[in-house]
Design a protein around this ligand. Sequence first.
Ligand code: HEC
Ligand code: HEC
Length: 263
Amino acid sequence: MADGGKSTMRLFVLMATLVLAACAPAPAANRADAAHGRRLATVMGCVSCHGERLDGHLFEENPAFALAYSSNLSRILPRWSDAQIAATLRTGRRRDGTALWFMPTFAQAPLTDADMRDLIAWLRTVKPTGTDHPGIVKGPQWAVALGHGFSDSAAQATRLAARAPLDAGGATATGRYLARIACAECHGPDLKGPKDPQPGDAPDLVVAAGYTPADFRRLLRTGEAAGGRQVGLMSQEARHRLHALTDAEIGAIHAYLSARAGH
Ligand code: HEC
Ligand code: HEC
């Protein structure tokens, strides 16, 4: 009897320990951080392009070229597994193999597994809303654009993979990574801007080396460029997206871009 009581007690202690272990916070490295995922979704433009509630909207509104909606992710993603979402962001193809055309896959593919997990954790918190949108309606200029090198997101990512930004050494690796996922979409996969820049194009990010850390932080937080200037798309995107970078991340990007400019 006494022995039976003791072993019941031991079993209880064991159970309690197991329950406590299950409730105890997992080490930070293994726990998905949805708040960090929300910041990533802001900085990487998921929220700008798919909308605050991820319900999508008319995105490309040029009938001669195309009418295209950004997808209603709030309704689509609950039907997808985490692995399917990650694979789509890394490859630029849907789980059924169909191509995406306007997704900046080349700037999403470099996401680390940990950041991908946090991003998906936040996507999982978004409630289904709105309606599904029609597929792309292609206009006569679509074929012309294809002839000039326009391609689907997967082919674009494959083509641009060879143009990774300069590696300025391990001490600047974080800044380089952040620039790839936050700046490359417009400033180019190698951050060099277009070969033949026109007014309003995103320039080679060597310009960042001319910024003091404080001016650089002001640009990314408020959109105000050095000398108190409002620029075009950059000012707008700083207010919509880039403001969500932390001071430490902005510092890391500036340190990398300064080191890169010195090479
Ligand atoms: C520059 C605008 C843009 C950005 C930035 C963007 N998307 Fe998209 N995304 C689109 C458009 C437009 C589509 C519609 C399909 C296409 O590309 O033609 C789409 C499609 C998708 C699809 C496919 C859904 C389906 O089956 O139709 C997923 C998943 C997706 N986006 C997730 C994301 C996530 C997550 C992010 C942020 C990491 C993101 N997108 C950033 C524009 C964007
Ligand atoms: C959505 C597109 C887009 C993204 C994303 C983007 N930029 Fe820009 N950026 C531009 C454009 C376009 C310009 C040229 C000025 C203009 O027309 O706004 C520019 C200009 C700049 C300039 C020069 C400003 C000046 O002094 O005239 C700096 C510095 C800069 N960007 C840094 C960054 C950094 C750093 C990131 C990533 C953290 C980034 N940008 C992300 C589009 C973008």
